[in-house]
Design a protein around this ligand. Structure first.
Ligand SMILES: *[C@@H]1O[C@H](CO)[C@@H](O)[C@H](O)[C@H]1NC(C)=O
Ligand SMILES: *[C@@H]1O[C@H](CO)[C@@H](O)[C@H](O)[C@H]1NC(C)=O
Ligand SMILES: *[C@@H]1O[C@H](CO)[C@@H](O)[C@H](O)[C@H]1NC(C)=O
Ligand SMILES: *[C@@H]1O[C@H](CO)[C@@H](O)[C@H](O)[C@H]1NC(C)=O
Ligand SMILES: *[C@@H]1O[C@H](CO)[C@@H](O)[C@H](O)[C@H]1NC(C)=O
Ligand SMILES: *[C@@H]1O[C@H](CO)[C@@H](O)[C@H](O)[C@H]1NC(C)=O
Ligand SMILES: *[C@@H]1O[C@H](CO)[C@@H](O)[C@H](O)[C@H]1NC(C)=O
Ligand SMILES: *[C@@H]1O[C@H](CO)[C@@H](O)[C@H](O)[C@H]1NC(C)=O
Ligand SMILES: *[C@@H]1O[C@H](CO)[C@@H](O)[C@H](O)[C@H]1NC(C)=O
Ligand SMILES: *[C@@H]1O[C@H](CO)[C@@H](O)[C@H](O)[C@H]1NC(C)=O
Length: 587
């Protein structure tokens, strides 16, 4: 193989002469970050004999083709709309170049790492190696240090920059974990500070004052329940037409578990017709579902996603890895889930996740790899929903009144997911805010604005004018895409009724509506909606309630305003199931 031989010559030459002499042999920086993730500090140099367990992710050179397929099959005006790809088709389009394994193996061999240290995972997505620090420092032309995370007492061996021989750049997407420190967080655990200066004036808060002719129960103004959501979003008593031909799933990360007894109690009290129903648990990367530790995030997610869609089969994907393991990050956890799902014959039609991070806490390479994985799932017909985050335009310096650059949230900023912001108010919905939480929204620094949202986002930006110029990236992907209620959700957690607030609640709610739309379509012999955004921005928005009041403070500003049309607070709006039903059947 040509490249393989070239690499052999290259290293032979380096070792023989002591100086790199062939093009492609010299190291070039692969990834560099300015500083470790928040909360991590550099300590001593790493011990040369410490062993690093690294995952090397090979490039997926046909991603562009996959993306093209995705855009066609998700575009309602394209004649391939809805023609989702098979497992084999997606695997083929996401496969590494056949040379890549060989080139990598040869490079590893030059560092004394034989094939036996390469563990090819199922779909060939990761090559795992274990290597002492002193060897890794040569391989990646860097120095490793021990980093400490005071809050959790963990430490990890990392670097701020690493290089690879130039010739490897086109074969390797990323080596993990060399630079990153941040694990995903449930949408709102990150909140710090009272943000009292940022609190909005709630006097015009529609929520707590019910309009005379509202058809929604008065109690919904202070306590959100599945029954309230059915009323608000015109779901009414909709019953499934094809219970077993559709599915919905939620994911749990960072040792957040879904409790069976809490679910049972929740259904008995809030969805009596579903009493006795259950959900299934799928373990990914050795994930468990411990029943002794309540996890309010997972309880919220399963109770609403499955409570609203019963009797549709619901699955809880519990992904192994914990934020207390300094080796584990959003990229590892999420890629483990993506790779798992891409290897299955059957994928859930709707997948809701309420975890995220600021883009600044992960590298572009990692975010991009994960985002491409979502595109692959979208091509299989999965609708992927993410909470947009709970920190307005960002939580940098929460108590400052001096404007700071905004902090977009990932994965909400990935153009291949549908990100969900939060609202409150039962008669007139406004952008949701409570106790300093508000809908994360803004513009990605990683991902350019996708064409499907160009018109709607440009309309917002031209109204915004010069406001906040320099604080956000006007060419970036705007988020969130849509929104749903997110304040004072009743959940059962550890056998107690609790209030939960945040986009963590909005995502499973919107996901449930999408799952019901899939059922509507299934009743007419139509397949699932799949990747939603091109449809939402071109047609689906007509079935959403535009939210035009409220804002999302943060970073020393009042944030963006919800406005007529798309806005980076509530997206295109909240669902009106009765209208969406017709729109979903029209494609
Ligand atoms: C991280 O992985 C290394 C092996 O690469 C292991 O020795 C260490 O214990 C792990 N750290 C944590 C906190 O699990
Ligand atoms: C913000 O201000 C509040 C109230 O003064 C204080 O409790 C909190 O610690 C401050 N947060 C930060 C991050 O400084
Ligand atoms: C009653 O509902 C109608 C239609 O939804 C609305 O236009 C009107 O403003 C509402 N009246 C009050 C008093 O809120
Ligand atoms: C739903 O069913 C309940 C009980 O059967 C009934 O009281 C209610 O009016 C129905 N709601 C709608 C919107 O049809
Ligand atoms: C759906 O599947 C479940 C479990 O396999 C089964 O008990 C139930 O009867 C099925 N329902 C329908 C309507 O086919
Ligand atoms: C749900 O499934 C779990 C695991 O199989 C089981 O322990 C629990 O009792 C079930 N709950 C109900 C209501 O069937
Ligand atoms: C899961 O556990 C098995 C057996 O202990 C181990 O070999 C494997 O590496 C684990 N997988 C992950 C992703 O941690
Ligand atoms: C702004 O977003 C674009 C992608 O749209 C990106 O290439 C650029 O680096 C971003 N700028 C900053 C300052 O992050
Ligand atoms: C949630 O908060 C609302 C508003 O403060 C209150 O009316 C309701 O009782 C609370 N619910 C629970 C379960 O604490
Ligand atoms: C939001 O609306 C308020 C009130 O109309 C206005 O003062 C402010 O400038 C607007 N902010 C943005 C970012 O558009």
């Amino acid at each position: 193989m040509k490249t393989s031989i070239l690499l052999g010559l290259c290293f032979g030459a380096v070792f023989a002469s002591g100086a790199p002499s062939f093009r492609g042999c010299e190291h070039r920086v692969k990834e560099s970050i300015a500083s470790p993730a928040e909360g991590w500090t550099q300590h001593s140099a790493a011990h040369p004999n410490s062993i690093l367990k690294l995952q090397i992710s090979l490039a997926q050179p046909r991603f562009g083709e996959l993306e093209q397929h995705l855009m066609q099959i998700s575009n309602p005006s394209h004649d391939r709309y809805g023609m989702h790809l098979s497992k084999e088709e997606v695997q083929e389009l996401m496969a590494p170049h056949p040379d890549s394994h060989d080139v990598l193996a040869e490079w590893l061999a030059t560092h004394g790492l034989g094939a036996d240290t390469m563990d090819h995972s199922k779909g060939g997505e990761w090559v795992t190696i274990s290597v002492p620090v002193k060897v890794a420092e040569e391989m990646f032309d860097t120095n490793f240090h021990v980093y400490h995370h005071a809050e959790t007492g963990t430490s990890a061996i990392r670097t701020l920059e690493y290089s690879l021989p130039s010739i490897l750049h086109k074969h390797v997407d990323l080596v993990h974990p060399l630079t990153m420190h941040a694990a995903p967080m449930a949408a709102k655990v990150r909140y710090t500070g009272s943000s009292s200066e940022l609190q909005l004036d709630f006097s015009d808060h529609g929520s707590l004052a019910r309009r005379a002719n509202s058809s929604v129960d008065a109690s919904c103004a202070s306590q959100m329940t599945p029954s309230c959501l059915r009323q608000l979003y015109n779901i009414g008593n909709y019953t499934l037409t094809s219970p077993n031909s559709t599915s919905i799933a939620v994911t749990g990360y960072t040792s957040e578990w879904a409790n069976y007894d809490d679910f049972t109690q929740f259904l008995q009290e809030e969805v009596p017709a579903a009493a006795g129903a259950n959900f299934s648990v799928v373990s990914v990367a050795n994930g468990t579902n411990q029943q002794t530790h309540p996890g309010s995030e997972s309880n919220l997610d399963v109770q609403y996603a499955f409570g609203l869609t019963w009797p549709m089969p619901g699955s809880f994907y519990t992904v192994g890895g914990s934020q207390f393991d300094g080796n584990w990050t959003l990229a590892t956890g999420t890629l483990n889930l993506i790779n798992y799902l891409l290897a299955q014959d059957e994928v859930p039609q709707v997948l809701s996740t309420s975890y995220g991070l600021p883009e600044s806490a992960i590298s572009f390479d990692e975010a991009n790899k994960v985002c491409q994985g979502f595109a692959a799932l979208g091509a299989r017909g999965v609708s992927i929903l993410y909470s947009s985050g709970d920190y307005g335009v960002g939580y940098a310096a929460p108590n400052t009144t001096t404007a700071q650059p905004f902090e977009p949230q990932f994965p909400a900023s990935c153009p291949f997911v549908t990100s969900v912001g939060m609202t409150s108010g039962i008669d007139e919905e406004i952008a949701g805010q409570l106790d300093g939480y508000s809908s994360s929204g803004g513009f990605s620094n990683f991902f350019a604005r996708p064409s499907y949202q160009n018109d709607k986002v440009n309309a917002y930006l031209s109204n915004l004018g010069q406001t906040y110029s320099g604080l956000y990236n006007a060419s970036g992907r705007g988020f969130p895409d849509v929104s749903a209620q997110g304040v004072n959700y009743l959940i059962i957690d550890n056998q107690r009724a609790l209030n939960d607030t945040g986009t963590s609640a909005s995502a499973p709610t919107f996901a449930a509506v999408v799952a019901l739309l899939n059922d509507v379509r299934a009743g007419q012999g139509k397949g699932p909606l799949g990747f939603l955004n091109p449809w939402l921005y071109s047609q689906g928005y007509q079935g959403l309630n535009d939210v035009t009041k409220g804002n999302n403070p943060g970073c020393g500003t009042q944030g963006f305003n919800a406005t007529t049309g798309w806005d980076p607070v509530t997206g295109l709006g909240t669902p009106d199931f009765s209208k969406l039903k017709d729109l979903a059947l029209a494609v």
